[in-house]
Write a protein of this length. Structure first.
Length: 91
């Protein structure tokens, strides 16, 4: 059995505290020599970076691709539905 520990801070919601304990538990699973893991500031920084990347992905793509190359739609979803109202050509 593995245990993740988060030192509860009243400034965070109980849900977020549980999420952080789960992250610590996941880390403990990666370290077979330990049965528990304490949530650390390094784990928090990693999660914040991951969320930042997710939040700014569209902006990064727009800046990286030259104008005119950024797709605005997908051809499979712009055409009328096929047999039975499905977009899947095998239906």
């Amino acid at each position: 059995m593995r245990v993740g520990v988060y030192q509860y801070d009243e400034k965070v919601s109980p849900s977020l505290a549980c999420d952080r304990a789960k992250l610590a538990c996941d880390q403990a699973k990666k370290q077979p020599e330990h049965s528990w893991c304490l949530y650390t500031s390094a784990m928090q920084e990693k999660e914040e970076l991951k969320q930042y990347l997710i939040d700014h992905l569209d902006e990064a793509i727009e800046k990286a691709l030259p104008a005119g190359l950024l797709p605005t739609s997908h051809p499979d979803f712009d055409r009328p539905p096929l047999r039975g109202g499905s977009l899947d050509p095998l239906d």
